[in-house]
Ligand binder design. Structure first.
Ligand code: ADP
Ligand code: MG
Length: 349
């Protein structure tokens, strides 16, 4: 889609932003959508040169495709190969694009007190979430769940020897579903900035990150309503910032009228259901991604403690009754679309 002059005016970007250099081309938002990571991906770039911007977006979209293959937990690729080696009790030479993620996610998992645990790939698979389609039908047998909980797979079971990785626990299977999109967001914004596009928004299925501004105003981001249509709230952000939401409303196992969401509490092996959505703002999208998932697991009471140890401060939590909890930092940035059941401000000291 190319933007004509009327579109520029509609976007409020008709005025040249650099009058001293002349006003031959106005800045406008160039947008592209694609389907990667099993979700809709959208990239917006503010640019004077729509062709260059489209080439830059194509560049990051190729990287997304590669990352999706390399970091996928159950398809063949770098992580799939590692998982097969770990299951067979073998040491494996890990792909150089994957190794730093394993180190990073191990540290984040520790900081979450084990509530974020990417080593529970077997549990996630047992619940049926290692498919593109969401599972239906009765949950797995309690004994099978209990067995995997008792096996206590952890990132700390991994032994790193340079680029070789092995596990002292045969039940470790790595699932980066709650972390890899955050890493991809960070790398996409870095790449766009390196190509000269320092004002951008990347949306990986509700995990968003921005850089710069949308011209003369901040980027405005809607947070999806976990229990209804449309947005529950919006936040305005500029500079380098991620807005990541994890929820129980999008991916779940349906059994009659019961839903078992895809975020699993590693302590019980059961899906976490009390917090229906957690939104985290942080400059590092990978940390925000992990934190949003960890806070859903932590639940409506314990989340502030987990947020503190993960070093995230701008947070919005919605529980199953529609009650909202906000940190003061988030309260200052958020605008509600309607009136939530209740709103409580919670300090993270
Ligand atoms: P989304 O991918 O929808 O943005 P999340 O970032 O919350 O959602 O990631 C959820 C995914 O993370 C699950 O689909 C699963 O692959 C994995 N996962 C589930 N429970 C945990 C957990 N306790 N710790 C780490 N990863 C988890
Ligand atoms: Mg996450």
């Amino acid at each position: 889609m190319s933007l004509n002059r009327r579109d520029f005016m509609k976007l409020g970007l008709g005025a040249c932003l650099l009058p001293a250099v002349g006003c031959s081309r106005a800045e406008a938002v160039v947008s592209e959508e694609m389907y990667v990571f099993g979700t809709l991906v959208a990239v917006d770039v503010l640019s004077r040169d729509s062709e260059g911007a489209r080439a830059a977006i194509a560049d990051v979209s190729h990287t997304f495709t590669r990352q999706n293959r390399d970091w996928h937990a159950w398809k063949s690729g770098a992580l799939g190969d590692l998982n097969r080696a770990l299951a067979a009790g073998r040491a494996h030479e890990v792909d150089p694009t994957l190794l730093p993620l394993l180190h990073e996610v191990r540290d984040l998992a520790r900081a979450s007190g084990g509530l974020f645990n990417p080593a529970i790939g077997k549990l996630v698979g047992l619940w049926g979430f290692h498919h593109d389609e969401m599972p239906v039908g009765a949950p797995p047998h309690a004994a099978a769940v209990a067995e995997l909980v008792a096996a206590a797979p952890s990132m700390d079971d991994l032994l790193f020897d340079g680029t070789h990785v092995s596990s002292r626990n045969p039940d470790v299977q790595i699932d980066l579903g709650g972390h890899a999109k955050g890493v991809a967001l960070n790398q996409a914004l870095d790449r766009l900035a390196a190509l000269g596009y320092g004002n951008a928004l990347v949306n990986l299925g509700g995990n968003l990150a921005v850089s710069g501004t949308r011209g003369d105003r901040p980027w405005r981001i809607g947070v999806r309503h976990p229990q209804g249509e449309g947005a529950i709230a919006s936040v305005e952000v500029s500079g380098r910032m991620a807005v990541v939401t994890s929820g129980t409303y999008e991916r779940y196992r349906q059994d009659g009228d019961r839903r078992y969401p895809h975020i699993i509490d590693p302590r019980s092996g059961q899906p976490a259901t009390h917090v229906v959505s957690a939104t985290v703002l942080h400059p590092d999208a990978a940390r925000a991604d992990v934190a949003a998932t960890a806070l859903v697991v932590a639940g409506a009471e314990a989340w502030p403690e987990v947020a503190r140890s993960l070093g995230v401060r701008d947070i919005m939590i919605v529980d199953e009754a529609g009650r909202v909890q906000l940190t003061p930092g988030m309260a200052a940035k958020v605008q509600f679309a309607g009136r939530p059941a209740s709103v409580k401000t919670v300090e993270i000291t």
